[in-house]
Design a protein around this ligand. Structure first.
Ligand code: SF4
Ligand code: SF4
Length: 404
């Protein structure tokens, strides 16, 4: 076995292995460890294990007596901890020495792919995404299938050569019927507001984020170049993205991968909704029910958008909005992130049930979010627990209460 390739980690990350004081704060806040209880899932433990692997190959003893390599079983257990993580970033927020944990977990995943210790499922997944350009393996030309039962299909859905705005849907709402309501509501709102928008149809490819999360970011450049070129061809000044994970990728990863600015603004759908409501472009009627809001990790903690969705909710007349016990930076993950749902559904369901209990404690009848993945995950928890609670994306509620 050759020595570990440390170029997977930045200089700062190599320092972070030493900076961890093992205070255990991250362990208390980790939503997957708190459900599963296996030591390998503890954030601090992942750091300790990798630090000891490095020391046994590069430390003083290794220099004196030769490097010692971890056994396959040790690497497998370490890999379990690294992949059974929703990448929610809560450990990041609570770490007193400010270890930037989330990018560290991603670097560990890339390293594990190189070492050949990662969930087997990801081999098939990579093949699917890189040949079909979406996560479900469907024909990519069917990306607008959700629009077929709209009473009126807006011009922008059919695709215009040029437009001011491009609406990027993302794979889950495009191909999973449970989430069709989100793009359907979005285009209705855009049409009502009189926006000049278009969509990419089959030219929309997966944003690449699920591959980055799997530790397979090397396959993503082709996706980035394709998607950016498709948006640029429309001459749009703005890209509106409904999925927080796609939004995060477009805003933060795409310019880095392209090595240049995108040349258009990237906006999350919740920000557009806030803008349309504030500007009087759409008018909202009444909804007199108790609701609560779940912060999607990739929108809140990982992108810093907390207020836009809350402002949208508060602008609905008669609504009674109560925060959950853990919210904003400290929001508990729904379990749907980090690609975990692709290989460990049991863990995802346990994390989602815990979040659902927090929503129930507010007395809400409706649990709102701003992410199709959170909506799907929480809806599954509602079904399993048989509780009287509805789950919707804020755009679906806006479309329902929007006045003529
Ligand atoms: S909170 Fe930070 S310093 Fe404390 S154990 Fe976790 S990673 Fe280490
Ligand atoms: S990112 Fe979330 S799930 Fe992963 S170790 Fe940190 S707190 Fe736990």
């Amino acid at each position: 076995m050759k020595k570990f390739d440390l170029t997977h980690y930045s200089f700062k990350q190599l320092m972070e292995f030493d900076a961890c004081t093992r205070c255990g704060e991250c362990v208390k806040w980790c939503p997957t460890y708190s459900e599963d209880g296996h030591e390998s899932l503890q954030p601090a433990e992942k750091i300790r294990r990798m630090k000891s692997f490095i020391a046994s190959q590069y430390g003083l003893r290794a220099r004196l007596f030769g490097p010692k390599f971890p056994a396959d079983e040790a690497l497998e257990e370490y890999s379990r901890g690294v992949y059974d993580c929703t990448l929610c970033g809560r450990c990041n927020v609570v770490c007193p020495v400010k270890i930037d944990t989330r990018p560290l977990w991603l670097a560990m995943r890339e390293h594990l792919v190189e070492l050949g210790h990662y969930p087997e499922f990801f081999d098939t997944f990579r093949d699917t995404v890189t040949t079909k350009y979406n996560i479900s393996g469907d024909n990519n030309e069917d990306r607008l299938i959700w629009s077929e039962n709209l009473e009126q299909v807006p011009e922008g859905v059919k695709g215009k050569e040029e437009a001011e705005i491009v609406y990027y849907v993302g794979c889950t709402p495009a191909f999973y019927p449970q989430s069709y309501g989100i793009p359907q509501a979005t285009v209705q709102v855009m049409e009502r507001a009189g926006l000049d928008f278009t969509m990419l149809g089959g030219e929309e490819w997966c944003c690449g984020y699920p591959l980055i999360l799997a530790g397979m970011g090397d396959a993503v450049k082709e996706f980035v170049e394709h998607n950016v070129a498709a948006v640029r061809r429309t001459g749009a000044r703005k890209l509106v993205v409904g999925c927080p994970s796609c939004y995060h990728t477009w805003l933060h990863e795409y310019p880095k991968i392209m090595g240049e600015p995108l040349g258009f603004e990237v906006q999350h759908l919740s920000q557009l909704l806030e803008e349309l409501i504030t500007g009087g472009d759409i008018k909202l009627g009444k909804f007199e029910r108790p609701v609560t809001y779940h912060d999607p990790c990739d929108l809140g903690r990982n992108s810093g958008i907390y207020e836009a969705p809350r402002n949208v909710i508060r602008s609905i007349h008669g609504i009674s909005f109560t925060e959950m016990e853990e919210n904003r930076r400290y929001s508990r993950c729904c379990g749907g992130g980090g690609d975990v749902a692709m290989f460990n559904e049991e863990l995802v369901n346990a994390v989602a049930r815990r979040r659902l209990q927090q929503a129930q404690a507010t007395g809400a009848q409706l649990l709102l979010s701003a992410c199709q993945q959170c909506e799907r995950t929480l809806m599954n928890a509602v079904r399993q627990e048989k509780v009287r609670m509805r789950v919707l994306d804020i755009v679906e509620l806006v479309a329902r209460v929007m006045e003529e």
